[in-house]
Design a protein. Structure first.
Length: 155
């Protein structure tokens, strides 16, 4: 049970790690990999998709090496990273960017808020002056925008 809780803790910590990585690595020295995500080109795949591998490798190594050495703390770290990676794929690739046409007509408040936050992130096509670098946690200002929209629709 303690390993499950530790896995959930790692999953939660990944939001902060993702924010920091997105802000200082993707919009920093690895911008050349992330740039095509903001300045969309032709084709289904982007150089930005390399970050899937960059995050998958430590997860896989933790699960594999932790299992080989029966160190379930390390396995839990890898599992937490993998779970976050799956959540990232569903939220970012399917719900936000619609790379696979699922949940395209959702009127869920949370989904509308994360889509709006991400839209505000993408209004900056360069690596400077960005906002909303997280993925699962939506800042209050985006929730407020969704609430204002709902009030306007009700009138």
């Amino acid at each position: 049970m303690i390993y499950v809780l530790f896995t959930v803790l790692v999953f939660c910590l990944m939001e902060g790690i993702t924010w920091l990585t997105h802000r200082y690595v993707m919009h920093g020295f690895l911008w050349y990999l992330h740039k095509d995500h903001h300045q969309k080109g032709e084709g289904f795949f982007e150089k930005n998709d390399a970050f899937f591998v960059i995050f998958a490798v430590p997860s896989w190594l933790c699960i594999m090496l932790g299992s080989m050495n029966q160190n379930y703390w390390v396995v839990s770290i890898g599992a937490g990273i993998a779970m976050y990676g799956f959540a990232y794929f569903v939220v970012h690739e399917i719900i936000i960017h619609q790379r696979f046409k699922l949940f395209s007509r959702s009127n869920n408040r949370y989904i509308r808020a994360i889509r709006w936050a991400h839209k505000m992130h993408h209004k900056h096509i360069g690596k400077e002056h960005g906002e909303s670098f997280g993925m699962l946690i939506v800042a209050k200002q985006y929730w407020d925008k969704i609430k204002r929209d709902e009030k306007l629709k009700a009138v």
